[in-house]
Design a protein around this ligand. Structure first.
Ligand code: ATP
Length: 513
């Protein structure tokens, strides 16, 4: 078994080799934590966005979309709390000169303790066999209980010191836990300092009249400031949602995990406006709905888990992450936040405009509460891509690299391959492409032996190959080869479109939610 680091390196190099993700401005040695999507990456990204959009907007008659600008009036970020509170606690190692997020250092330490618990569980499961009861083991084994108590204590203390802005205690905690710099092993730390994550820029030409702006650090605020516009013009009745996808920018400190943490990234967010007092119900509902959306892609139930927040952001009364098992462990993929009336009430205060809803059932106006679902498109891309990349041992002793992307998300749905470059086979292949291209992306490939072409498409993630051979000339049938099973099926040329459409059509996948 390759170790986690090797697996992750393989993911990054495969993403480059097959035109999915490139380092930004690579010919100038790149720009840290900024990436470009290549010819296949753009298609995968677009399909994920569309899969989200259809599930949220098209299939819910009470959710509509908008596309707000990246630049917003600077007071927006005062009202949202980002100017004052969108900070990360930073700590530098004096020997390696490396900078870290202090909370992440502590959380990684806790993850190591949790890994020990996991190890105990695996050991015990092996020992007890079928009679093993995981829940009972977790609640009675003294060693596990000690580890768990230790992990809980650390996180509780971290949460409390961050909440009280007690940065000296965060440093004390790092020292007490004897956390060392992962790079140098040194425990020689500076004090912990706060660092604002927003990128600033200027609007206007002359220095004295220029206005300080920020690149938006989240798409959510574009939705809040348009709440009334959409509610009134769309005659929306509570409960209703506004969805948006778009770029966000954060000057991230620790940006070493490929497209997991970028400085320029894309979010897919939905703000659901509800009656105050109903937030608990909607929180549970959206947690379930969003998890089901993920599960519908068939990437393994065991790869997801909820993580409830101990430390709540200034705007939230409940929050959970959907975590995914990335090559470097379980990490946040999506956040579900009960934001109360914090945002709308705060924009009311700063703008002096009423941001309320008249509820005809209650016969009164109120500031709605908000339930948010927020997922990073690039992070979702990484989840899908890393989960799909597999090395398979074949019966004949060779291995194949296959990118088992969910067919609905795959950039190219089918490759059309004439067995030979002559005898009229390429002409039939081109004719088939001319028919299929109206429905989905297809490509033509005539180079190399057909086995090599199959492997190339396996690695690129194409779910189907259609081979045109001499028998096609006789009876108008072709072979469809399935990427995941390598199974080959002889079908009539006229059936190809239907067979592939069924497997790649969003409808068939979305119906599983
Ligand atoms: P993290 O704790 O990982 O920094 P966060 O809690 O700050 O994330 P949110 O502000 O809740 O993240 O943003 C919602 C989603 O946006 C996250 O779940 C994640 O998928 C995505 N996201 C946030 N920051 C980044 C980033 N720097 N690069 C890529 N995706 C990001």
């Amino acid at each position: 078994m390759a170790n986690q680091e090797d697996v992750f390196k393989k993911v990054i190099s495969h993403a480059k080799e097959y035109g999915y993700v490139f380092q930004s401005s690579e010919i100038y040695d790149g720009l840290s934590a900024v990436y470009d999507y290549g010819q296949n990456g753009i298609e995968l990204k677009k399909n994920i966005r569309e899969y989200w959009w259809q599930a949220m907007v098209q299939l819910n008659d009470n959710i509509v979309g908008i596309d707000a600008a990246i630049f917003m009036h600077p007071t927006t970020w005062k009202a949202s709390g980002h100017v004052d509170a969108f900070n990360d606690p930073l700590i530098d190692n004096k020997d390696s000169k490396k900078r870290y997020r202090a909370d992440v250092l502590v959380e990684d330490h806790v993850a190591k303790i949790e890994a020990k618990i996991h190890k105990e569980v695996t050991k015990a499961a092996k020992r007890f066999g079928d009679s093993f009861d995981k829940e009972q083991f977790l609640s009675t084994n003294q060693r596990v209980l000690d580890y768990q108590a230790k992990a809980d204590d650390i996180l509780k203390r971290l949460g409390k010191s961050l909440e009280n802005e007690d940065l000296a205690d965060v440093k004390a905690l790092i020292e007490e836990l004897e956390i060392a710099c992962p790079l140098s092993g040194s425990k020689n730390w500076t004090d912990v300092k706060q660092f604002n994550l927003m990128f600033g820029t200027k609007l206007g030409a002359s220095a004295d009249s220029a206005m300080d702006l920020y690149l938006r650090p989240e798409t959510a605020q574009g939705i809040f400031v348009n709440f009334l516009n959409v509610q009134k013009t769309g005659r929306m009745k509570i409960p209703f949602g506004i969805a948006q996808t778009g770029k966000a920018f954060r000057n991230e400190i620790v940006a070493r995990q490929f497209i997991f943490r970028m400085r320029e990234f894309e979010q897919m967010e939905m703000q659901f406006f509800i009656k105050p007092g109903t937030q608990q119900k909607w929180y549970e509902t959206w947690k379930e709905k969003r998890l089901n959306w993920h599960l519908s892609l068939g990437m393994g139930e065991e790869n997801y888990r909820f993580h409830d927040h101990e430390k709540l952001a200034h705007y939230a009364d409940a929050a959970a992450d959907i975590e995914f098992k990335f090559p470097f462990g379980f990490k946040e993929l999506e956040g579900i936040h009960s934001r109360t009336d914090f945002d709308l009430a705060s924009h009311e205060e700063y703008s002096g405009k009423k941001l309320q809803y008249f509820d005809p059932e209650e016969n009164k106006s109120y500031v709605p509460y908000v339930l948010e679902t927020s997922i990073g498109l690039d992070r979702m891309f990484l989840a899908v891509f890393s989960n799909s990349l597999q090395e398979e041992e074949l019966e004949n002793g060779t291995t194949r690299t296959v990118l088992k992307l969910p067919a609905v998300l795959a950039p190219t749905k089918a490759a059309i391959l004439p067995l030979l470059k002559r005898d009229g086979l390429p002409e039939i292949a081109h004719k088939l492409i001319d028919d299929l291209k109206w429905d989905f992306n297809v490509i033509y490939d005539e180079k190399d032996a057909v086995g090599r072409r199959y492997r190339r498409q396996d690695a690129a993630g194409t779910p189907f190959c259609v081979t045109v051979d001499h028998q096609t000339l006789e009876d108008e049938t072709v072979t469809i080869r399935h990427r995941d099973t390598m199974e080959q099926q002889r079908v009539a040329l006229s059936e190809v479109k239907d067979i592939i459409s069924k497997k790649v059509d969003m409808r068939y996948w979305l119906q599983r939610i």
